[in-house]
Write a protein that binds this ligand. Structure first.
Ligand SMILES: Cc1ncc(COP(=O)(O)O)c(C=O)c1O
Length: 427
């Protein structure tokens, strides 16, 4: 017999690795490349917007796998799709046909107002493909315009257009041609775009850059500049897309339609799946052999993508995200008003919020984690919240109370008293 079902190996004494948190951490330190400065947090299971760690402690998950778990954890519709498709085929080569890619492509195309989709495995791959496709539209054009503090991924092309210096500097020299302009600076964008511009790449709401929404005026100007110069307008909706801001695509609010939109994060319902959706400017340009991937458009990931879109539609999640997001934004704003300057600014909409602090965000995020809330950070001073669309209102209400308590020393104590407290604790 060439293989065994698990039940056939029952009774055999298989050596189980130690999966206690301490063993997990020390094994990783010994055997993994140190690409991540991981937080010592060990989620092991989840349900809805709740996560449970290895010790059985429960948390509200307000980060959702950095915008991946839009439906939370163990969503029945996703689990059903996963079960059904995994009983058929785990992988189908892109040499052959499978129904799932076409069904998901049709849904995305109809919702976006664009024409065609290409599937890959991640956000950075989606942006790489978009850059290649824009070259087909503009052969020989050498410049790409992107934003300061943008984030588009870690592969060489996406990295070259990532506007945060720290990500790029260890890997110089970059792929040439990038021009960066400040977000929402129409004059700078106008000066940067020319007949040499191959593409303009923008996140309608900048994620890693600290949750910075681009203004409608800026997106409209980008569209006009692209039309005038012949540049391809690419919107990276990898973090802000697929319902996160209350519309399926964040660009919908501005009325601007890009030539290409890139998606990933929530698209595969937790499995790796990215997409590039192209409009009329790209029609007929992408030919067999121009681009491809072994794993892209995996049948299970695509079935999960279809299930995600079904759930967004059937459970009216866009309305929920809009209404709950509006309430949450108002609450955050009033918390800011009472924070004695500890909260500097609130930015965002729907289930995508940045809370800019007067101090480093990482220690605040760590304290929130200790108190049962998983949140992220962006840049140095921004708390980043990307809760699942199904997050209960009470989780957000509890978060507000806890954040107030965590920031409380700055809220309630005058500076002199804080200093004497610190001196006491040092003593
Ligand atoms: C806006 C944006 N673009 C691209 C990426 C890269 O996606 P991935 O990590 O799947 O390559 C990210 C990831 O955080 C992102 O937020």
């Amino acid at each position: 017999m060439l293989w065994h079902c698990p039940e056939e190996t029952e009774g055999h004494n298989l050596l189980q690795p130690d999966e206690s948190p301490a063993a997990v951490e020390s094994r990783e330190q010994a055997f993994l490349l140190t690409t991540y400065a991981r937080t010592s947090f060990h989620p092991r299971s989840g349900k809805g917007a709740r996560l449970t760690d290895a010790a059985g402690k429960e948390y509200w998950d307000l980060l959702g796998g950095i915008a991946v778990n839009a439906l939370g954890h163990q969503h029945p519709r996703l689990i059903q799709a996963l079960r059904d498709e995994s009983r058929q085929l785990l992988h189908v080569s892109n040499l052959f046909y499978h129904p799932a890619q076409g069904i998901l492509a049709e849904r995305l195309v109809r919702a976006s107002g664009l024409n065609r989709a290409f599937f890959c495995n991640s956000g950075t791959e989606a942006n790489e493909a978009a850059l290649k496709f824009s070259r087909l539209a503009n052969p020989g054009r050498s410049e790409f315009v992107a934003l300061e503090e943008s984030f588009h991924g870690r592969t060489m092309g996406s990295l070259a257009l990532t506007g945060h210096e720290a990500y790029r500097s260890p890997f110089l020299p970059m792929v040439p041609g990038a021009i960066f302009v400040p977000p929402n600076d129409i004059a700078a964008l106008t000066a940067a775009v020319s007949e040499r511009t191959c593409a303009i790449l923008l996140e309608p709401v900048m994620g890693e850059g600290g949750i910075v929404p681009l203004t409608d005026e800026f997106l409209i100007a980008a569209r006009q500049l692209a039309d005038r110069s012949g540049a391809v307008l690419i919107f990276d909706e990898i973090q802000c897309g697929l319902g996160r801001t209350g519309t399926l695509f964040a660009y919908e609010k501005s009325g601007v339609v890009p030539d290409i939109v890139t998606l990933a994060k929530p698209l595969g319902g937790g499995l790796p799946l990215g997409a590039v959706i192209t409009g009329p400017a790209l029609e007929g340009l992408v030919k067999p052999g121009h681009h491809g991937t072994t794993f892209g458009g995996n049948p299970i990931a695509c079935r999960l993508g279809i299930a995600l879109l079904d759930e967004i539609e059937h459970s009216h999640l866009l309305e929920r995200v809009t209404v709950l997001g509006k309430w949450f934004g108002q609450q955050l704003e009033s918390l800011r008003g009472q924070s004695n300057g500890a909260i500097v600014e609130i930015r965002g909409s729907g289930m995508m919020w940045g809370i800019e602090l007067d101090r480093l965000a990482a220690p605040v995020a760590k304290e929130l984690l200790a108190r049962g809330f998983v949140v992220g950070t962006a840049r140095e001073r921004v708390l980043r919240l990307l809760p699942p669309y199904i997050v209960p209102k009470k989780a957000l209400a509890e978060f507000l109370v806890t954040l107030q308590a965590v920031l409380a020393p700055a809220v309630t104590l005058p500076a002199r008293e804080q200093l004497s407290n610190r001196q006491r604790s040092v003593a």
